[in-house]
Design a binder for this molecule. Structure first.
Ligand code: DX5
Ligand code: ZN
Length: 219
């Protein structure tokens, strides 16, 4: 089944614990946690202490997306806070290969993310070291933006790379994902759909999540 990872950026921050219960009860596979530092992206969200508190409210897989510079500085904090997947950006400053190794050493699932304007060639050198490729389909920093369809070929390049190298690689897509754009991404090879505004605007997100999961029932 296609996995669905609702982005908690669009939830009610005054009720984070209840919102985690809501997404799990609605059938979500993962909860996507957008960490922004005000430097790599022009916005600040939350960090490891908030995630540690959220961890007490749910056992759902925590899919942390670190939009931060020099992420190696904080890998231990996010691992200690209870993140299961930790994804860093290939465009971020600092030792990104080192950050990925540290995530692996801490027994967490390492991921690498790529921005819309960044070519596939820039992320390719990291793919042999990670289990997850997160393809951004908006400019990172804010929820509720429109899907950039030009990014879809990068999903297909990731899938081809995984097949050619005989690697099991989750390919996640993030930004402007809804029923229609999500289907396009899954057809191109995505295995995980991240979505904030299109899911949280619904009173009941369960039927939508159930429908997205059927895009690739064989996974
Ligand atoms: C953007 C974040 C996304 C965002 C997606 O920087 O990485 O996870 O929350 O929000 P929507 O689905 O509303 O585009
Ligand atoms: Zn994200």
């Amino acid at each position: 089944m296609t996995k669905v990872s609702p982005s908690m950026l669009s939830c009610d921050f005054s009720r984070l614990g209840e919102e985690l219960v809501r997404v799990k009860d609605a059938g979500a596979d993962w909860a996507h946690l957008d960490v922004m530092d005000g430097a790599f992206v022009p916005n600040i969200t939350f960090g490891a202490p908030v995630i540690k508190a959220m961890r007490k409210c749910s056992d759902i897989v925590f899919d942390a997306h670190l939009m931060i510079q020099d992420p190696i500085r904080y890998v231990d904090d996010f691992a200690d806070a209870g993140c299961d997947c930790i994804t860093v950006h290939c465009e971020a400053e600092g030792d990104i290969h080192g950050a990925i190794s540290r995530i692996r050493e801490r027994g967490r699932i390492p991921g690498i993310s790529v921005n819309p304007e960044t070519p596939f060639e820039k992320v390719e050198p990291f793919l042999g070291e990670v289990d997850l490729l997160l393809v951004m389909t908006v400019h990172p920093g804010f929820g509720g933006q429109s899907f950039i369809a030009d990014c879809v070929p990068k999903i297909a390049m990731g899938r081809e790379w995984a097949q050619r190298n005989n690697r099991k690689l989750e390919i996640s897509v993030d930004g402007g994902v809804n029923a229609e754009t999500g289907r396009l991404c899954v057809e191109a090879g995505a295995t995980v759909l991240v979505a904030g505004s299109s899911l949280f605007k619904l009173d009941d997100m369960a039927p939508e999540i159930a429908s997205w999961k059927t895009y690739r029932p064989d996974l």
